[in-house]
Design a protein around this ligand. Structure first.
Ligand code: ATP
Ligand code: MG
Length: 350
C-alpha cells in the first residue's frame, strides 16, 4: 500500500462487452477526484476477444509494453469467453496476471443494505477474500492416460513457500485494518500441500511483528462455505490458495445481490490492476444499462492500494450513498436508471 507516486498513469483496457461501457464510467469517477492525484494521465489500450478476431491476438504486444513501461496501474473491463475452444485464443487476463506478476486477487464483498440479499442470509456481509493467483491447480499440469481399466486423468497441484508467504503478507496487511483473518485450507485431507500453505501463512507474523495484533483463525474450506452462508459476520479477511479462493470469492459475491456491484484488484509488488468481478454480460451489452458500480469501486480499490487513500475514500463514499439511497439504481438492482445517470449522480456527490 505504499506505491503512491507523484505522477499516476492509468492504463484503460475496456476489452469486450459491457467493459466498453463501465470502464469509461470508472475513468469519469477517477477524473472527479483528480485534484487528489497530481499529474493524472490515462492511456487507452486494447485487448480481448474482439481484438483477437480483428488482429489475431487477444493481447497485442503494444498493450503489454505500455503497461510495463508507461503505466503504474490499469483498469480492465471484461472479456467475452468464446463458447467453443477457438484455435490460437487464450485469455488476456490470465496472461496479464502472469506477465505483471499479479499474485493476489483481492475482492471486498460488502452488502448494500437495501439490495435484496439471498433469502435467509443476514444482510450484513463485509469481508475481503484474498486469493492466491499463481499456483495451486491452476498451473494446468494435467494428463490423461488410457489404462487397462479405462481413462485416467491427473492434475498436479503446486503450493510453494514463496507464494504462500507473499499472499499471507498481503492478507495480513489488509487485516491490519480489520480485526480478524481466516486462513482457509483443507489440510486434514491434503496435509502436504495445504499443510505447507497453512504453516507458511501462520509463520508470517514471526517475520513481521506488526502483524501479531491480527487474530488468526483457521477454517476448513467446506465449513468455510457453510459459515459464509449461515453467519457471514464471522469473516473479515479470508486468505486462501487459488482454487478455494476462486470458489469462495464467487460464493461471497452471491451474498450481496448483483455481480454489478462487486469490485476486485489483481495486485503484485509493482503493479495493480482493477477489474470488476462480472463478465462481459452479452445479454445487456449496448443498452446503456450496465451497472458501473463494480468498475467504479474497482477504481477506488486500485487507488487505495496505491496509497491514494483520500481520492479512493471520496469515490467510495459517493458510491455508497448513491447505492444506499436507491434513487439511481440500474435494473440489476431493481431500478430504472441508466449507466450514465448513475455515473452523473456519483460524480455530483464527489
Ligand atoms: P462472460 O462469459 O463474459 O462471463 P456471462 O454471460 O457469464 O458472460 P456475466 O457478465 O458473468 O455474463 O453476467 C452474469 C449475469 O449478470 C448476466 O445476466 C449479466 O447481465 C448480469 N450482469 C453482470 N454484470 C453486470 C453489470 N455490471 N450490470 C448489470 N448486470 C450485470
Ligand atoms: Mg460469467
Amino acid at each position: 500500500a505504499t506505491l503512491a507516486r507523484k505522477n499516476l498513469t492509468i492504463g484503460l483496457i475496456p476489452a469486450d462487452g459491457i467493459g466498453q461501457e463501465v470502464i469509461p464510467a470508472a475513468r469519469t469517477a477517477i477524473e472527479a477526484v483528480g485534484s487528489d492525484i497530481p499529474s493524472l494521465k490515462f492511456v487507452d489500450l486494447v485487448a480481448g476477444f474482439e481484438t483477437f478476431t480483428r488482429t489475431g491476438t487477444a493481447l497485442p504486444p503494444e498493450t503489454v509494453e505500455s503497461l510495463k513501461e508507461e503505466c503504474d496501474c490499469a483498469l480492465f473491463g471484461s472479456v467475452s469467453s468464446p463458447s467453443r475452444k477457438v484455435v490460437g485464443y487464450s485469455s488476456p487476463i490470465v496472461a496479464l496476471r502472469k506477465i505483471l506478476d499479479l499474485y493476489a486477487n483481492i475482492r471486498p464483498v460488502v452488502s448494500a443494505k437495501q439490495v435484496s440479499p439471498v433469502v435467509g442470509v443476514p444482510p450484513d456481509v463485509d469481508l475481503v477474500v484474498v486469493r492466491e493467483n499463481t499456483e495451486c491447480l491452476y498451473i494446468k499440469q494435467e494428463e490423461l492416460r488410457v489404462t487397462d481399466h479405462g481413462k485416467e486423468a491427473r492434475a498436479t497441484r503446486l503450493i510453494t513457500e514463496r507464494a504462500s508467504r507473499r499472499i499471507g503478507q498481503m492478507a495480513f496487511d489488509i487485516a491490519l485494518n480489520r480485526p480478524r483473518q481466516a486462513m482457509i485450507h483443507k489440510s486434514n485431507v491434503l496435509s502436504v500441500t495445504d499443510g505447507l500453505f497453512r504453516e507458511t501463512v501462520r509463520a508470517v507474523p514471526d517475520i513481521e511483528p506488526k502483524y501479531q495484533k491480527v487474530t488468526v483463525m483457521e477454517q476448513l474450506v467446506d465449513s468455510a462455505v457453510y459459515r459464509l452462508f449461515r453467519e457471514p459476520k464471522v469473516f473479515d479477511v479470508m486468505v486462501a490458495p487459488n482454487l478455494y479462493g476462486d470458489i469462495l470469492s464467487d460464493a461471497a459475491a452471491a451474498l450481496v445481490g448483483s455481480l454489478g456491484v462487486v469490485p476486485s484488484v489483481n495486485a503484485g509488488d509493482n503493479f495493480v490492476m482493477g477489474e470488476p468481478v462480472h463478465g462481459s454480460a452479452p445479454d445487456i451489452v449496448g443498452q446503456g444499462i450496465a451497472n458501473p458500480v463494480a468498475s467504479i469501486r474497482s477504481a477506488a480499490l486500485m487507488l487505495h492500494h496505491l496509497g491514494y487513500i483520500k481520492g479512493a475514500n471520496r469515490i467510495d463514499t459517493a458510491v455508497d450513498s448513491v447505492v444506499r439511497e436507491a434513487a439511481y439504481l440500474t435494473p440489476d438492482l431493481g431500478g430504472t436508471a441508466r449507466t450514465e445517470d448513475v455515473v452523473n449522480e456519483i460524480v455530483k456527490r464527489i
